[in-house]
Write a protein that binds this ligand. Sequence first.
Ligand SMILES: C[S@@+](CC[C@H](N)C(=O)[O-])C[C@H]1O[C@@H](n2cnc3c(N)ncnc32)[C@H](O)[C@@H]1O
Length: 186
Amino acid sequence: MTDKHEHSGRSSEHLLDKEIILKGLNLTVGQTVVDAGCGNGYMAREFSKKVGSTGQVYALDVHQPSIDQLSRDLTASNIIARCADMSQKTEIEDNSVDVIYLSMVFHGFSPEQQKGFLAEARRILKPDGIMAIVEIDKKPAPFGPHADIKFSPEELCQAVNMNSHKCTIINQYIYMQTFINNKSTI
Ligand SMILES: C[S@@+](CC[C@H](N)C(=O)[O-])C[C@H]1O[C@@H](n2cnc3c(N)ncnc32)[C@H](O)[C@@H]1O
């Protein structure tokens, strides 16, 4: 991986409130969700409960040991765990995903990876599907990357070529910005 900010195998579970995220995403039974850069898959497990047996969750990460561990621990049959680079084309079919969730990953992407990820997100999302990006705001925080590579919500909206939907404040440092895939309007 050619990341400028190495974070393979890390988890932000201790920093995030899962209930606020789940409320912001408002998932429904039968949906297909991608946890992109899933780490240990703690949110994929939450998504799996929300979408139920008729839904599908892809837990994807480029870090093979995380996927191996997740695969060993999995009990939910509606989660597919795979080693995959989200800045490249994945195995997921065109126009098949309701929600892509990317938490604490975007700031680590190079410009080429950002471009590749956004192209892949637009390919796999259904028209009007949702992409949710969790990031650390630019203000000083006792954790996280250097300010230079952090995104404010406004900067993130500039960087993402989809219509911004809503910004959910998770805590004083972290937010979740959602976007709607506007494939149907281009
Ligand atoms: C800081 S961790 C966040 C993990 C999890 N999403 C969370 O919020 O706790 C970043 C994760 O993104 C993964 N990652 C980085 N670049 C990736 C890429 N191009 N494709 C897929 N996963 C990637 C890393 O391996 C790591 O597991």
